[in-house]
Write a protein that binds this ligand. Structure first.
Ligand code: UN1
Length: 509
């Protein structure tokens, strides 16, 4: 199914202007930087890019703001985040419009992205009263040993196109509550939603009397990102993107002893065991694999199915894939919007060509859609591919809706296949066998940062820590105690006796 009509670029431009206007942003005129939409694949506005001098000034301003922000009581810092959350609620629909226009997400997922932002603000407001350190029993009489958490500094946030606003909010809401300030370099593909977020935060700062420079936005290219990576005033670089990007960022930040928090590629798999509820599994699999047109870090890319249920499962999936409505992401019936660019479509097609050359068989999907209506856009049917082995194409992350189907005989074999990829973000098992589920979640099971049972790999709630192992980078963002990456701890020994006693019974003088 395809909805054959798409909005025109003029209509999208007008809609973007309306949403930005409602939020209070006037589109800055310029020409060296373009906002575009994957809905038609065409340019929307010429903008002005930030250059090296802007980045230098932004880092300096954020650093100066940090010096006062760090001593503002944490619950008062939380008030800024609460106000931001209120503004996000008020502009939920406008922000979702911008997410759809720039990232191509269907309406319900775009609204979900904004909801994720609202949720993390609520979380961070609570966190602003819960930045707990521990008191530790001292080995010495008349001594107290304690741990104190302090703000870290300027956080450089580098974000990707696919969660253009939510990933910023995970970092920013938590960083601000922790007493840090933020300089944000969003994806070059999503400047409008970035302008909107930055503006709402500036409004929130004005409303609560916080310094505006707690947050600065840089609409620039790679060079601006590199400045954040190399500047010693940027205490933490939190970067979301490809493993290739992380391989550059990690060592460069480490070389100056800065901290990095990396959220890189995933190659997420689900195991479908013989006892699985197949109706539930099909729904979970199709959302995780075809949702967001396969462009989440948590997208399901590999399905490891027990041989006994492979045939009925593949049959159901094939029929579900054939019915997926693809097209205009603003159309309420659409489930699969465009890929971000024709370059992404080429990467997808090249992976399909290579996997077929290695014996992979396409079971459903793979045709381009709407090429006549929008030659510069990239609409495609999500693809199901049967493979006999986990070859090098399957082991790569292709950021597109391709689901590779493998079969297994024993759970041990399934877990081995599952873990035998370089990435380690998200994973799941569909089973009604508790023992199998527990083995999958155990130390000898999934090696990912996220491991689920009877739910797909994508769509995590903000309350848990988000991130993964191996080439995914090891970072944790969002909920749980991920906040600790945004603060530094100090261990304090306080002697309230009148004698000096040395640890480990050392005697001196
Ligand atoms: C990402 O794709 O970078 O768990 C983030 C999920 C979303 C976040 C994905 N909450 O799929």
């Amino acid at each position: 199914m395809t909805s054959n009509t798409l909005p025109t670029t003029d209509e999208l431009r007008a809609r973007a202007r309306t949403s930005l206007g409602a939020i209070g942003v006037t589109v800055p005129e310029g020409g060296d930087f373009h906002a575009r939409t994957p809905v038609t694949g065409e340019d929307l506005f010429g903008l002005k890019a930030s250059g090296a001098a802007d980045a230098e000034a932004a880092i300096g301003a954020a650093h100066t703001a940090f010096l006062t922000w760090r001593t503002t009581p944490a619950p008062r810092r939380g008030e800024l985040v609460r106000r931001l959350g209120e503004l996000l609620r008020e502009h939920k629909s406008d922000l979702a419009d911008l997410v759809t226009i720039e990232a191509g997400k269907i309406r319900s997922e775009a609204l979900g992205e904004v909801q994720e932002m609202i949720d993390i603000c609520d979380f961070a407001v609570g966190l602003s009263r819960q930045l707990y350190g521990r008191t530790i029993a001292s080995e010495r009489p008349g001594h107290r040993l304690a741990e104190t958490w302090h703000p870290l500094g300027v956080v450089g946030v580098v974000s990707a196109f696919n969660f253009p606003a939510a990933v910023w909010s995970w970092n920013t809401a938590v960083a601000l509550a922790c007493g840090d300030t933020v300089v944000w370099k969003p994806s070059e593909l999503t400047p409008l939603i970035s302008l909107a977020c930055d503006h709402l935060l500036a409004r929130a700062a004005d409303d609560v009397g916080a310094p505006r420079d707690v947050h600065r936005l840089l609409l620039g290219d790679r060079a601006v990102g590199e400045q954040l990576v190399d500047d010693p005033r940027v205490a933490l670089v939190s970067a979301t993107g490809s493993t290739r990007m992380g391989r550059e960022v990690g060592p460069r930040v480490a070389a100056r002893f800065g901290r990095s928090l990396l959220e890189l590629g995933g190659n997420n798999a689900a195991i479908v065991a013989p006892s699985a509820d197949l109706d539930l599994a099909v729904q979970g699999i199709v959302f995780a694999a075809a949702g967001t047109a396969g462009q989440r870090c948590t997208t399901l890319r590999r399905l490891i199915v027990h041989r006994d249920v492979a045939e009925p499962l593949v049959e159901r999936l094939t029929s579900a894939y054939r019915k997926l409505p693809i097209g205009d992401p603003f159309d309420e019936n659409t489930l699969v919007g465009p890929l971000i660019s024709t370059a992404a479509l080429e990467t997808m097609n090249s992976a399909l060509t290579r996997v077929q050359a290695q014996g992979g068989k396409i079971l459903a999907g793979g045709n381009r859609r709407l090429a006549e209506a929008a030659p510069q856009a990239a609409y495609t049917e999500p693809v199901l591919v049967r493979v006999d082995e986990q070859n090098e194409v399957v082991r790569e992350e292709t950021f597109a809706p391709i689901l590779y189907v493998l079969t297994y005989d024993t759970l041990e074999e399934a877990i081995a296949l599952h873990n035998d990829v370089p990435q380690g973000l998200s994973s799941s098992i569909f089973t009604r066998d508790q023992q199998e589920a527990e083995i999958f979640l155990s130390a000898a099971g999934s090696d990912c940062g996220i491991a689920n049972v009877n739910i797909g790999t994508s769509g995590a709630e903000i309350g848990g820590a988000f991130g993964g192992e191996k080439e995914t980078g090891g970072g944790r963002e969002s909920g749980s105690d991920a906040w600790k990456a945004y603060m530094r701890s100090a261990t304090n020994t306080i002697n309230y006796s009148s004698e000096l006693s040395l640890a480990q019974n050392v005697s001196f003088l």
